[in-house]
Write a protein that binds this ligand. Structure first.
Ligand SMILES: Cc1cc2nc3c(=O)[nH]c(=O)nc-3n(C[C@H](O)[C@H](O)[C@H](O)COP(=O)(O)OP(=O)(O)OC[C@H]3O[C@@H](n4cnc5c(N)ncnc54)[C@H](O)[C@@H]3O)c2cc1C
Length: 378
């Protein structure tokens, strides 16, 4: 049994947010901005956030040409533009809220590498620039100078051309999440770790939330006037009817290299592969497209199929002339569905859901969190 004091001071809130990823923390911060005197708790099952927000590669992206052209084949033009706008606005809000220094936001350059079969997209750049002009207030894409890919040391058969994106950058994922947690603490938001939510019920007047107490191995009941589910790829554990599929992303980081020939962020194959410098290391991830079925999982382990593919591409395409050693590798879980647009909905009168960020949450997470808060505080 919990004590009277624990019940009164630790389990009663105006707002409870489930999940301390970028969306949950942004939602909590936005709630406090809208309702400064309210008691807000974030319930997180992990020792620290344990989904995608601490496991991505730190790309601050609005979309690469091949990705956007692929989207235009499956989505109406207006929807593609709305998503780019959400990504752009989300990144501006994230940077404004936390400050570029705190998240180590850098603009060394953002490039899409085009292989021999993708050169067609160079003819489509004017169309894409026109489409995005009103969103970014400028020309999003330009052709990288001749010889730049060679000076970066890439295999010329792999990098036939490169497109520069003028509105993207890179950040330090760990610092971003620490900065969000520190801002939440400064605003008086309680973040409880080891708080696995197993069930909830909305009575109409308040929401009762069942939380597993990891040390006592018992269930503690929390009460909140309103609640938000921000558990992204894990949404179906609480909401089995949600149209959300997990998608694992695997990443590796090299040891520091003596002469790293490039700086910046790079994408190829419609964004399915991505690499960047972090100081003088390379962080390289992707390859989910090799086996979509196997990667539709919430299992946080890495696999040799994907890591071997990443290593092969690193050796033959990206660093063909530079010896390297791998420091570490990891996996994170994203959330996908039939549509790329995130789910933002009122689940019941006091429960809001903000999930399924389709691998774009660094960019759109702050805005989705804000929209969740606006629905909660309505
Ligand atoms: C390898 C990789 C590369 C990526 N690349 C990019 C990129 O280039 N650009 C981009 O914008 N985005 C990228 N992303 C996606 C981005 O990281 C995610 O979209 C974003 O972090 C999702 O944030 P979230 O808060 O919705 O979910 P998460 O960060 O997954 O947070 C959900 C939290 O809920 C917690 N939780 C789950 N169930 C419960 C429960 N029952 N009780 C309590 N807590 C619970 C989890 O432990 C977790 O901490 C990438 C992700 C990965 C993994």
């Amino acid at each position: 049994m919990i004590s009277f004091w624990e019940r009164e001071s630790f389990t009663r809130y105006n707002y409870a947010i489930i999940g301390s990823g970028i969306v949950g923390l942004s939602a909590a911060i936005s709630v406090k901005e809208l309702s400064p005197n309210s008691r807000v708790v974030v319930l997180e099952r992990g020792l620290f956030p344990t989904g995608a927000s601490t496991k991505n590669a730190g790309f601050a992206c609005i979309g690469s040409p091949t990705e956007l052209l692929a989207d235009l084949k499956t989505m109406p033009e207006q929807e593609v533009c709305s998503l780019v706008a959400l990504r752009h606005q989300g990144l501006l809000l994230l940077r404004k809220r936390l400050g570029d220094a705190a998240i180590d936001y850098q603009t060394y350059g953002s490039y899409e590498i085009l292989g021999p079969d993708e050169l067609y997209c160079l003819n489509r750049l004017p169309q894409l620039n026109q489409l995005l002009q009103h969103i970014v207030q400028g020309e999003a894409f330009g052709l990288a100078p001749n010889g730049l890919a060679t000076s970066f040391g890439f295999n010329p058969d792999f990098a036939k051309a490169m497109v520069i994106n003028h509105f993207e950058g890179q950040l330090d994922t760990g610092k971003m999440m620490q900065a969000l947690l520190q801002l939440a603490a400064k605003m008086g938001i309680t973040v409880l770790n080891g708080a696995h939510v197993t069930a909830f019920s909305d009575s109409g007047n308040y929401v009762e939330i069942a939380v597993n107490h990891p040390f006592m191995n018992s269930t503690v009941l929390f009460k909140a006037r309103k609640m938000a589910v921000c558990t992204n790829a894990f949404a179906r554990q609480l909401l089995p009817d949600m149209e959300v599929q997990p998608g694992r992303g695997q990443v590796l980081a090299t040891q520091p290299l003596q002469n790293l020939p490039f700086k910046g962020i790079f994408h190829f194959h419609e964004g399915f592969y991505y690499f960047r410098n972090f100081e003088n290391r390379v962080i390289f991830g992707g390859g989910r497209n090799l086996n979509f079925k196997a990667e539709t999982t919430t299992n946080l382990t890495t696999t040799s199929t994907i890591l071997d593919d990443l290593l092969h591409k690193l050796k033959t395409c990206i660093l063909p002339h530079t010896p390297f050693a791998v420091d570490t590798a990891w996996a994170g879980i994203m959330a996908f569905g039939a549509q790329k647009t995130p789910i933002l909905q009122l689940h019941s009168s006091n429960v809001v859901v903000g999930v399924k960020l389709s691998g774009m949450g660094v960019a759109i997470g702050s805005m989705l969190g804000k929209q969740v808060a606006e629905l909660l505080c309505k």
